[in-house]
Design a protein. Structure first.
Length: 132
């Protein structure tokens, strides 16, 4: 049995109206404000261990690891966290940077010493205090 024209027009019109007024599908979420820092910290941790615990005999390969290490070291040092997640990522990288072969930690004499102070200032800034 055919659909009466009135009902058919009503159905088509309703479908068209829904297509125009339907909310858009899910949009992609905004990137995390500290995405670059978090990624740099994760990369630095991998580069730290790859470079410092490289047991290979290939000098060129070790030099390439050193270049990657230096690049991630610079990135972590330059980026400033704006969220607690960014501060935690930098704290993890700081702890690793101060790791000795025996597993002990001492940030003295390493870039991690500066990062540790940065983390303190970043926490104070995040919670509304102006660092001296």
């Amino acid at each position: 049995m055919p659909i009466p024209p009135f009902t058919r027009r009503l159905l088509l019109g309703s479908a068209a109206a829904l297509a125009v007024t339907a909310p858009p599908g899910p949009s992609s979420p905004a990137p995390h404000p500290d995405a670059a820092l978090i990624e740099a910290c994760e990369r630095h941790i991998k580069n730290f261990f790859a470079f410092n615990y490289d047991e290979g005999d290939d000098e060129d390969a070790h030099e390439a690891l050193g270049q990657l290490y230096d690049e991630s070291l610079d990135a972590v040092g330059e980026l400033r966290p704006v969220t607690l997640a960014g501060i935690v990522a930098k704290a993890r990288a700081t702890k690793v940077e101060g790791t000795h072969p025996d597993g002990s930690h001492d940030v003295g004499g390493t870039p991690a010493a500066d990062w540790a102070l940065d983390i303190i200032n970043d926490l104070l800034r995040l919670f509304g205090e102006v660092a001296p």
